[in-house]
Write a new protein. Structure first.
Length: 188
């Protein structure tokens, strides 16, 4: 069975932002392992920076002519949810505020990615990544709600554990796209 290869133009547009996204997710995941219980205000700022940086990366993909029009509205909603979560996290440094803002950001952002996947899954190869990251990030948000009231250690553990999963899958996708971007037509 032949493997599905991403068109070179799409791969060129997607591999760098996705590799940066994987690095951000890995940074949050690894930080949660090695700094298990940061002060709540610091945790809020870490997550705020993470959400804002991801929204900026997603904005870059939305603006790309390679991104299908059918996915743009859902991805824009994801970026807005992440940006809003980032802003709220700066101004609500309480356990309830951090939990609610992060959970809302991940649930809304995950839902947006799932919608983008559903709209473009048959015609756009990178859509498969949105399905996976959307499910995992929705799961992070739901996990935060299920364990409502945990301290900074618990919040960071749930968030970081989920982001490790996202980091691995997004890094694999980004490196695959990089390979497809540099492949010559003769290689196909």
């Amino acid at each position: 069975m032949p493997s599905v290869q991403t068109p070179a133009a799409v791969a060129r547009a997607y591999w760098k932002p996705l590799l940066i996204r994987a690095a951000l997710a890995a940074a949050v995941g690894l930080t949660s392992v090695f700094w298990a219980a940061p002060p709540l205000q610091v945790l809020g700022l870490i997550l705020a920076a993470f959400f804002v940086a991801n929204a900026a990366l997603l904005r870059r993909l939305i603006a790309s002519e390679q991104t299908p029009a059918a996915a743009r509205a859902a991805l824009a909603a994801t970026a807005v949810a992440w940006l809003a979560a980032g802003v709220v996290l700066v101004f609500l440094p309480t356990v309830a505020g951090v939990t609610a803002a992060a959970a809302a950001g991940w649930i809304a952002g995950g839902a947006g990615q799932i919608v983008a996947w559903a709209r473009t899954r048959k015609t756009f190869v990178p859509a498969r990544d949105w399905a996976l990251t959307g499910l995992v990030e929705t799961g992070i948000g739901v996990g935060l709600l299920l364990f409502w009231g945990v301290d900074a250690h618990g919040i960071f553990g749930i968030a970081g554990g989920g982001q490790v999963i996202v980091a691995v899958f997004v890094a694999i996708a980004a490196l695959g796209y990089r390979h497809d971007a540099v492949s010559t037509p003769a290689d196909r």
